[in-house]
Design a protein around this ligand. Structure first.
Ligand SMILES: *Cc1c(COP(=O)(O)O)cnc(C)c1O
Length: 391
């Protein structure tokens, strides 16, 4: 039979997504690797260390049991939710009802991306900080929301200017993500108090993404928005096992907070997925019991790498304020470059270093480049040596 050209087109909602700006860099990176060049990849936000052994053991054991081979459905194992509640109370001093205020997710990205479908109607306004984790923008587009960009400025420590939030009329919800990807900024409890007061007065739903809650430096623990009195009336917070326990590939996280928002998310999800593999839920229960000293070791390791990169770059004349949390260095591009894309391309071509152009996270990210510290210290030191020759 002759092939027929059916001219299949993507949907309007798919076509409306912003262009994927990393395509060119990705292509160049693959070509460089294929050519045998020694690439130092400071582009991907994915821990290089393996998942701790006790978590792998829990998965192995649970995978053997046929009882875990079925659809897990909905809210999953009650024990996972009670253990999350216990962990949350210990870490943030906030009590959560395991049955109505906690919901497990197939990774926090999944929940973040599905929630808008459950709460916004086409045309409703959503406040999005810029730069931001790209999945937010896509999911608002899918749900038909109208994005109001709120720039995060270095002069304002990369937290939103709340005076501007007060001026925005009829916003349905707003994202906050601290520790922040890509800027690594953190937020204080005072900031959350002000934000919650404004959101309550204006009826704005708050979505807090705390994927990096446990990756912090210098002993300063990032607070949860749910620590603020009254936050539970309007806020939902997303947490992840990915970054804390080196479990990015396992796909498990949770949402917690306002029960109506949790119910909306649960209803959307029940139409998309059928729960999280129970053996992975059991492994997550083991993860929550990780020796706190192991997490201290992980933070110390990232802190050493951070200092190696920041001090190294300073020694070659590139001064960047050290991040307080997460595993990103968000750096103003050197003066010899015009924009972030040109910088990223030059790094790859001249130094075999992959870094992410800031503009890929939103217009306000232009002028910056993101480098991750998810590679060993000797590779970071080598990256600095290579950069010395071009800067
Ligand atoms: C890594 C990341 C996530 C996604 O985490 P998963 O639980 O692996 O889906 C969510 N938000 C931000 C800002 C991230 O960087």
């Amino acid at each position: 039979m002759m092939a027929t050209d059916f001219n299949i087109e993507f949907s309007e909602r798919l076509k409306a997504l912003p262009p994927y700006l990393f395509v060119e860099i990705d292509k160049a990176k693959r070509a460089a690797k294929a050519a045998g060049r020694d690439i130092i990849d400071l582009g991907v936000g994915d821990p290089d260390l393996p998942t701790p052994q006790h978590i792998i053991d829990a998965l192995n054991k649970a995978a053997q049991s046929p009882a875990n081979h079925h659809y897990a459905f909905d809210a999953g194992l009650p024990q996972l939710r009670t253990d999350i509640a216990q962990w949350f109370n210990k870490r943030f001093g906030v009590s959560l009802d395991p049955d109505s205020e906690i919901y497990p997710l197939v990774g926090s990205k999944e929940g973040l991306a599905h929630l808008p479908l459950g709460i916004i109607n086409p045309g409703e306004k959503v406040i999005l900080t810029d730069p931001a984790y790209p999945a937010y923008r896509a999911s608002i587009n899918f749900a038909g929301g109208k994005i109001i960009n709120l720039p995060l400025k270095e002069s304002h420590d990369f937290v939103p200017d709340l005076k501007r939030v007060e001026q925005i009329k009829d916003a349905k919800f707003m994202y906050v993500n601290y520790p922040n990807n890509p800027t690594s900024a953190t937020a204080t409890k005072e900031f959350y108090q002000e934000l919650v007061a404004i959101a309550r007065a204006k009826g704005i739903i708050l979505i807090s993404d705390m994927a990096y809650s446990e990756i912090y430096f210098d002993g300063i623990k990032p607070p949860s928005i749910l620590e603020v009195e009254g936050a539970k009336d309007i806020a939902i917070e997303f947490h992840s096992f990915s970054k804390t326990y080196n479990m990015t590939g396992w796909r498990i996280g949770w949402a917690c907070g306002n029960r109506t928002l949790i119910a909306a998310l649960a209803k959307v999800k029940s139409n998309f997925d059928s729960g999280i593999f129970q053996a992975i839920q059991l492994a997550a229960i083991a993860a929550l019991k990780t020796d706190p000293r192991d997490l201290d070791d992980l933070r110390n390791l990232y802190q050493e790498r951070r200092d190696c990169l920041i001090n190294g770059l300073r020694s070659i004349g590139w001064k960047i304020p050290p991040p307080k949390a997460a595993f990103y260095v968000w750096a103003k591009i050197p003066k010899s470059f015009n924009d972030s894309m040109e910088t990223a391309k030059a790094f790859l071509e001249k130094t075999d270093i992959v870094a992410t152009p800031g503009v890929g996270f939103g217009e306000a990210g232009e002028g910056y480049i993101r480098m991750t510290i998810t590679v060993p210290k000797d590779r970071i030191a080598l990256a600095v040596e290579r950069l010395r020759k071009v800067l």
